[in-house]
Design a protein around this ligand. Structure first.
Ligand code: DGY
Length: 314
């Protein structure tokens, strides 16, 4: 008879985390493609914990199909794919992995800003194609001292702003409410922020409240000399409007770590030289991913030991 707590793992996790979970719990893995109903008919219910990730989440149908569920531990900070209302209705505790990824996500936002401005990825392609022998690489744009608008001044937004301070950038931000005790100017109008900024970094939470927050009008306010960087969620930008603005050169360029329907990237973007495309890697360093895995495990352990997760998300 197995006395370990029954835990359902939804989708793939880092192998080390999966091994720790399998050692500590009675772990069953539900693949992303599998039908939950068939899976649960075979494996029975009685799952008290669910481990998932920001990329996979958990919808109301799955949460409701697990009558014994008490805790959800999610690998990642984003909660846009996790139905927090469905969990709250049943008093299910939800933990995620904030803070530990702030530095690496902020680092990548700065890297993307530098890359779109100085065109390092394009310059690398230029050298590899042997074009340096024929002509000079086109001039880039200056980052130091330029105007940076940050959309969303949460934990990661503030970390980005501190880094940008090192580049002596003039920094303003847009968020629903002004953030207390920060040295940067709050801009209540997103359009005004975009109109002012040379660079706009988007790092607000995903979900219904921010869906297509950046639309054609905001992109036009940013203008033909403005660059946009997105390290939040693809859904925050109207992707069709962004593609059109880039193709028509109504903005100068974009650095994108996230897309609307990952891993699908709009075909038009593949042929543009004024974009940098990354496969959602903002938190993807060995150190940060290990810290996220540890926190995912510790949240579950804390819940079963003390009745609460360490990082309460809902
Ligand atoms: C997060 O933690 O939310 C990252 O974006 C990975 O999905």
């Amino acid at each position: 008879m197995n006395n370990k707590q029954r835990i359902l793992q939804q989708g793939p996790l880092m192998p080390g985390l999966e091994a720790r979970l399998a050692e500590a719990y009675d772990l069953h893995r539900l693949d992303t493609q599998a039908d939950p109903e068939t899976f649960l008919a075979e494996h029975g219910d009685g799952f008290v914990g669910l481990v998932t990730s920001a990329a996979v989440g958990a919808d109301a149908a799955l949460i409701d199909a697990l009558p014994a569920l008490k805790v959800i531990s999610s690998f990642g900070v984003g909660l846009d794919k996790l139905d927090l209302d469905a969990a709250a209705r049943r008093g299910i505790a939800v933990g995620n992995t904030p803070e530990v990824l702030n530095d690496c996500v902020a680092d990548l936002a700065i890297a993307l800003m530098l890359d779109v401005a100085r065109r390092t990825a394009a310059a690398d392609r230029f050298v590899r194609r042997g074009e340096w022998l024929e002509h000079r690489f086109p001039l880039g744009r200056r980052v130091s001292g330029a105007k940076l608008g940050i959309v969303g001044l949460g934990r990661i937004g503030r970390t980005i702003a501190r880094r940008a301070g090192g580049f002596e950038m003039d920094i303003r931000y847009h968020s629903r409410r002004p953030v207390a005790d920060v040295p940067w100017q709050h801009e209540p109008s997103l359009l005004a922020l975009a109109g002012w900024a040379d660079y706009l970094i988007v790092i607000t939470a995903g979900g219904a409240g921010t869906h297509h927050l950046i639309d054609a009008e905001v992109l036009d306010a940013l203008g033909p000399d403005g660059f946009i960087v997105n390290v939040s969620r693809g859904s925050v930008i109207d992707e069709a409007a962004l593609v059109k603005a880039l193709v028509d050169k109504r903005i100068a360029g974009a650095g994108l770590d996230v897309f609307d329907r990952e891993p699908h990237v709009p075909g038009e973007l593949m042929h543009l030289d004024n974009v940098v495309l990354l496969p959602h890697i903002a938190s993807a360093t060995r150190e940060t991913r290990q810290a996220m895995a540890d926190l995912t495990f510790d949240n579950l352990q804390a819940f079963f030991r003390d009745g609460q997760v360490l990082t309460f998300a809902g």
